[in-house]
Design a protein around this ligand. Structure first.
Ligand SMILES: Nc1nc2c(ncn2[C@@H]2O[C@H](COP(=O)(O)OP(=O)(O)O)[C@@H](O)[C@H]2O)c(=O)[nH]1
Ligand SMILES: [Mg+2]
Length: 252
């Protein structure tokens, strides 16, 4: 009798736990679909807004927890939260900047968890014209990963993609392990522009985006000067189709 009761109990526990697991899986699928639907909606809304001269896709990459989401949040919403909330799903924000009378629409993509496994897909890199490659000045490992991230960019993005190196969390002076000099030295070796920033204290955040836009514009002008067919032919360029030929000579 005791044995029968025990078996029944065990089976019930199994049934309940499998039901519980099933519900968790359903919840995850629901969340994923919701995130994708939200992304899709935004895509459609953004695509409909044609009021810009150029559109640049920018990616923020770097190890997990260096501050990518906070950096984007600070730039797009002018806010900061110290709570660590792991990025879920696909996320991007759109911000329009004005550079020398040109409306430049930035579509800024935040890595969504994949950075932990360094499995950011080619689809994510496709069409990106600029990268903000971020490390954390209080985290040696994130600094040591910078070269790997550069390799990823070289492998998956188009040749003209522009990159700036960013050492974030420069407000945490007491916990700093990567000096400004080492950051500068690495950026020189890699041929990248370099900034130290703080998403928390809002230091250099806007500067980084604006500088990256300027670098992309300069590169576009250079490419056009040498070969005007380059811009329309390049797979990564996301110029507005309605952009006139005079506009295409970005005067940023
Ligand atoms: N002190 C300080 N903390 C930061 C800064 N940027 C991000 N953080 C914190 O670092 C943690 C990870 O940030 P998060 O943006 O989620 O990193 P991500 O994984 O690269 O997206 C969070 O607790 C943030 O509040 C910064 O500039 N200064
Ligand atoms: Mg994040």
């Amino acid at each position: 009798m005791y044995k029968i009761l025990q078996v029944t109990c065990t089976e019930n526990v199994k049934r309940i736990s499998s039901l519980f697991c099933y519900r968790i899986v359903l919840l995850h699928i629901h969340l994923l679909l919701h995130t994708m639907a939200a992304g899709q909606d935004r895509w459609q809304k953004d695509a409909a807004d044609q009021n810009f001269d150029y559109m640049f896709k920018i990616l923020i990459i770097g190890n997990s927890s260096v501050g990518k989401t906070s950096f984007l949040f600070r730039y797009a919403e002018d806010a900061f939260t110290s709570a660590f909330v792991s990025t879920v799903g696909i996320d991007f924000k759109v911000k329009t900047v004005f550079r020398q009378d040109k409306r430049v629409k930035l579509q800024i993509w935040d890595t969504a968890g994949q950075e932990r496994y360094r499995t950011i897909t080619t689809a994510y890199y496709r069409g990106a014209m600029g990268f903000i490659l971020m490390y954390d000045v209080t985290n040696e490992e994130s600094f040591n990963s910078v070269r790997d991230w550069v390799t990823q960019i070289k492998t998956y993005s188009w040749d003209n993609a522009q990159v700036v190196l960013v050492g974030n969390k420069c407000d945490m002076e007491d916990e700093r392990v990567v000096s400004t000099e080492r950051g500068k030295q690495l950026s020189d070796q890699l041929g990248l522009e370099f900034f130290e920033t703080s998403a928390k204290e809002n230091l250099n955040v806007k500067v980084v985006f604006e500088r990256l836009v300027d670098i992309i514009c300069d590169k576009m002008s250079e490419s056009l000067d040498s070969d005007p067919s380059l811009v329309s032919a390049s797979k990564g360029t996301r110029l507005n189709e309605h952009t006139s030929s005079t506009n295409a000579n970005c005067q940023c």
